[in-house]
Ligand binder design. Structure first.
Ligand code: PLP
Length: 427
């Protein structure tokens, strides 16, 4: 495969951009690539790199492109809006429509505020929770990702599981001292933490299906325990549905699993491929946000008309009858193809899947936490990834990410992916 143009562009990029990329995972270091692939264009479920290589895409821009690229309604709405103005810093009918669609779809959201990224959404939701409760501690699960704001860049200290330390230079010890960490699905430790410190906890934030350590499912009773502990202690339960929102169901993971949070964060899909985020929830909480309440939150480009137009068009397309059934079917076929292929090899594997998000972990199952996920053979994943790429299948360049299924995948695309995987495992 010729990737010389990508190599040349990367050399140029490194002159002006740290590491040549605008988000670290794109560097493809996790799979041992000398440089990332630069993307030139995309259509449907296919992307083309700068050298003209075509791939079937299973990344979907990390989730947003659930409809595939070039959906006529999304593209049409963007074309129409471009001519009318791309930002006003004033209210628009478009943002009201997107907000209404979100409130109608997501069971626990009564009021919603638009922001520009998932990072902003989670950061703001935590502020609302702290303002509402008058408490300062937040609880997060190890291996869950909630964007890159300081309080979330916390790593477990050795020994005491819940004592968080900065996980990046530039994050202060003071900031992470307010973050308490627990392993995902560890109901016992979570209960012990709430027993001990429940009255200090402003919020518990959780990816209701973890997607950022690879896909990890909530164990039976886990989300219910999160709900119960928050209700008992007066803490705010935040579901970070930046990935799962409008992916695992029209109403997100909260609909799929039947557990309602107090606040929800959204991003990715709700922007139809443009930069966006949102946080929303119970009226009582959201009414504390300025200008109604005194918890400050703002944004020059928030509710950007292009993002609102694309997002609303995307959600309208997703609201059509049968869409999520079709998505589940496509995802099931992908999962079956990969599982059958991996079973032909002699490396241990386990496939974690919730509908249209899945990860093939190269270790024995079950994978129920970050500690489990870390057992996976990342060198083997890198070999697999390179083989798939050479076969025209574009997977996430890390073992700890998810395959994001899109509605644009054809039966032929799925067959090609399964055949490529079979050649790797059987070969
Ligand atoms: C992607 C993601 C974020 C961060 O969103 P950005 O738009 O990248 O800032 C937050 N939470 C989860 C669960 C995510 O997957």
């Amino acid at each position: 495969m010729n990737i010389q143009t990508s190599a040349r562009l990367f050399a140029e990029a490194q002159k002006y951009i740290p590491g040549g990329v605008n988000s670290p995972v794109r560097a493809m270091k996790g799979v041992g690539m000398p440089h990332p692939l630069f993307i030139n264009h995309a259509k449907g479920a296919h992307i083309w790199d700068a050298d003209g290589n075509e791939f079937v895409d299973f990344v979907s821009s990390w989730g947003p492109m659930i409809l595939g690229w070039g959906h006529p309604d999304v593209v049409g709405s963007l074309h129409a809006q471009v001519d009318r103005g791309t930002s006003y810093g004033a209210p628009t009918e478009l943002e009201v429509e997107l907000a209404r669609l979100i409130c109608e779809a997501v069971p626990s959201i009564e009021l919603v505020r638009m922001v520009n990224s998932g990072t902003e959404a989670t950061m703001s939701a935590v502020r609302v929770a702290r303002g509402f409760t008058g408490r300062e501690k937040i609880v997060k699960f190890i291996g869950c990702y909630h964007g890159h704001s300081d309080g979330f860049l916390a790593a477990a200290g050795s020994g005491v599981l819940t004592l968080a330390l900065p996980d990046s230079p530039g994050v202060t010890k003071g900031t992470t001292a307010d973050t308490l960490l627990v392993e995902y699905n560890d109901i016992e430790s979570l209960t012990a933490l709430f027993d001990e410190r429940g009255d200090e906890i402003a919020a518990l934030i959780v990816e209701p299906v973890a997607g950022n350590m690879g896909v990890v499912l909530p164990a039976p009773g886990f989300l219910e325990a999160c709900r119960e502990l928050c209700t008992q202690s007066g803490a705010v339960l935040i579901f970070d549905e930046v990935i799962t929102g409008f992916r695992v169901a029209w109403g997100g993971a909260q609909e799929r699993f039947g557990v309602l949070p107090d606040l929800t964060t959204l991003g990715k899909i709700i922007g139809g491929g443009l930069p966006v985020g949102a946080f929303g929830g119970r009226r009582e909480l959201m009414e504390t946000v300025a200008p109604l309440g005194s918890t400050y939150q703002a944004g020059t480009l928030s509710g950007n008309p292009l993002a609102m137009a694309a997002g609303a068009a995307a959600l309208r397309a997703l609201s059509e009858p049968g869409v999520y059934e079709r998505l589940e079917k496509l995802a099931r076929e992908v999962a079956e193809g990969l599982t059958a292929a991996a079973a032909k090899g002699d490396h241990p594997f386990t496939l974690n899947q919730v509908g249209p998000m899945m990860t093939l972990f190269f270790c024995e199952g079950p994978v129920q936490s970050f500690a489990d996920a870390k057992q996976a053979d990342t060198a083997y994943y890198a070999q697999y990834w390179r083989h798939m790429l050479e076969s025209g299948i574009y997977l996430a360049p890390s073992q700890f990410e998810a395959a994001m299924i899109s509605l644009a995948l054809s039966e032929d695309d799925i067959t090609r992916a399964a055949a490529a995987a079979t050649a790797f495992f059987a070969g």
